[in-house]
Design a protein around this ligand. Structure first.
Ligand code: ADP
Length: 540
């Protein structure tokens, strides 16, 4: 027997409508590409979202059509989030950090008809434009007087939407309809498109609000440094519309100084970003001897947060660093290590170790770990295996790809992890990065995080390289902080204090830079190739 309840679809437009009625006066603050600070309210945003929907409808956009964006976190990008998806279009957020040829590839693959672009990224788009087969229009996200001169191939966003009505009857449709599209960074092969739905987006935002998630409420002032051009800024624009939290967008100002100014001026309470962004912020704050006073929590994800960072946030700023884990395919929130009474009561060093774990799944997400034969492994905090995930905001396939990535309804994350008796997950490594030495596994992430705990080290990267006796051995590559110096022996001595003997890297190489992917992660593939003979040469 079915229940007798209304079957109202979960639509992104309903978030906007809810925001307008329930918290019309809540502010959305943005650092604009133009450099100044812009502020308005949900009531203003809604009128402009309607104008966007009217404008693209007039341009012939039909439900299901893909509309690209190459843009920073600002109010204009927010208007596209709601205006495009709300009318039934699919917002394809393009990561400008992808290689130009990858951008051309994904725009053609997605068949974007229009691209909305920030002035910053116009040269990038111009460089590949001749290759874009389906592109009909480029709309520049700026005021009329900031439009590049002599470019009648471009449309001005403000001029475009000013001509439209500020009311739009948001259509009702199947909540499973596609709402946005985001490509993985594709470090091997072509990027893969993850096609989010209205339902998955609304459920993900809902789940993120509660205290075991990101704990976003009406009183929160949320500053997502995580970009709207990758995995929807971890869903924060939707979560803010749902909760009434104030949104503060950093625009292109991701450096420590710009972030600090904004955090202070807007009294941000919750920050979200990847470890490298926090490293920049912490270093800057140290350099001016300043403390973040308004911030209660900072969320970190995308890569593992080192213990030294968790400690610095707490000791210097009294900020609890909340570790979260996810991926493009999981919208992205999979697990969150939200503070609990029990954890807060622990002695500090013990507490930091708990914070270093990636956390528990939020309701809706199921996790398990399996061995190579597919057998489920115990939740004992020790056994590690392939991390599998399922849930209503986890991808069931890739855009325009026939093959299912699922195994018995579960998505293989490509990560190796442990789960403990309380279902807290800890990432051991990416499967492709784990180092297999003499039949044992060594976590490159653990070694990196220990190495960056040394005050002389700015960034560390550990790769497995071939070894005649042990198959593979760890090699430590480090960038030192400006003006710092340390010998190989000293650094290995420091790292060796926290690990089993056989984990100790066989060599240390000091480098000036390390390659990163478009999502800011260490890109180890070229390093493994470059240093493939390093130990073979030494040993023979
Ligand atoms: P890409 O576009 O490169 O796939 P994603 O943002 O989807 O980028 O990356 C997902 C991966 O990032 C995860 O599978 C995991 O390896 C890593 N990751 C994400 N969050 C964390 C975390 N908190 N700790 C360790 N690794 C993480």
């Amino acid at each position: 027997m079915l229940g007798a309840m209304m079957n109202r679809p979960l639509l992104i437009s309903s978030l906007l409508e809810f925001a307008v009625i329930n918290h019309p006066g809540t502010e959305i603050v943005s650092r604009r590409v133009e450099g100044d600070i812009h502020r308005y309210r949900w009531s203003d945003a809604a009128l402009r979202c309607a104008r966007v929907a009217n404008a693209i409808t007039r341009l012939g956009v039909k439900p299901g059509d893909r509309i690209g964006t190459l843009a920073w976190n600002t109010y204009r990008h927010l208007e596209l989030y709601f205006g495009v998806s709300g009318m039934g279009g699919v917002l394809h957020t393009i990561n400008p950090r992808l290689f130009p040829e990858q951008i051309a590839w994904i725009v053609n693959h997605a068949q974007d008809r229009i691209i909305f672009v920030d002035l910053t990224f116009l040269p990038l788009l111009d460089a590949v434009r001749a290759q874009l087969k389906t592109l009909e229009k480029v709309v520049v996200l700026c005021d009329a007087d900031a439009m590049p001169a002599g470019r009648d191939d471009l449309v001005c966003y403000e001029t475009l939407i000013a001509a439209e009505s500020s009311t739009f009857a948001w259509p009702e449709f199947d909540e499973r309809s596609a709402s946005s599209l985001c490509y993985t960074s594709g470090t091997t092969g072509h990027p893969k498109g993850v096609l989010y739905s209205h339902r998955s987006t609304v459920l993900h935002a809902w789940a993120s609000l509660h205290s075991g998630g990101l704990n976003i409420g009406r009183e929160s002032v949320v500053l997502p440094v995580v970009p709207m051009f990758h995995v929807n800024a971890w869903g924060t624009p939707y979560a803010a519309a749902m909760s009434g939290a104030k949104l503060v967008f950093p625009g292109p100002g991701m450096d420590g100084k710009s972030l600090h100014e904004l955090i202070d001026a807007e009294q941000a309470t919750l920050l979200l970003g990847v470890p490298t962004v926090w490293l920049g912020l912490l270093t800057y704050l140290d350099s001016i001897n300043a403390k973040m006073d308004s911030v209660k929590h900072a969320v970190v994800g995308g890569s593992a947060a080192p213990l030294s960072m968790i400690r610095a946030f707490d000791e210097k700023h009294d900020v609890f660093l909340i570790h979260a884990w996810g991926m493009t395919e999981t919208s992205p929130l999979g697990t969150v290590n939200a503070p609990t009474e029990e954890v807060l009561a622990l002695p500090k060093e013990e507490r930091y170790l708990r914070q270093a774990k990636q956390g528990r799944p939020i309701f809706g997400v199921d996790l398990k770990i399996i061995d190579d034969e597919g057998q489920e492994l115990p939740r004992d905090g020790r056994a590690f295996g392939r991390l599998m995930i399922r849930g209503p905001w986890v991808a069931s396939g890739y855009y325009l790809q026939k093959d299912s990535p699922l195994t018995d309804g579960w998505f293989d994350t490509g990560d190796v992890a442990t789960l403990d008796a309380g279902n807290t997950m800890q990432i051991v490594d990416r499967r492709k990065d784990v180092i297999k030495s003499g039949g044992e596994w060594i976590s490159s992430i653990d070694l990196e995080n220990i190495a960056v705990g040394h005050p002389a080290v700015k960034e560390a990267c550990v790769i497995g390289v071939p070894h005649p006796k042990w198959d593979e051995r760890p090699l430590l590559l480090v960038i030192l902080k400006d003006g710092a110096s340390i010998s190989k022996e000293e650094l290995l001595g420091f790292v060796g204090k926290s690990i089993a003997r056989f984990w100790l890297p066989d060599d240390v190489i000091f480098v000036m830079e390390l390659p990163h992917t478009a999502t800011g992660k260490l890109f180890k593939l070229p390093l493994r190739e470059q240093y493939a003979n390093h130990l073979l040469k030494q040993v023979s």
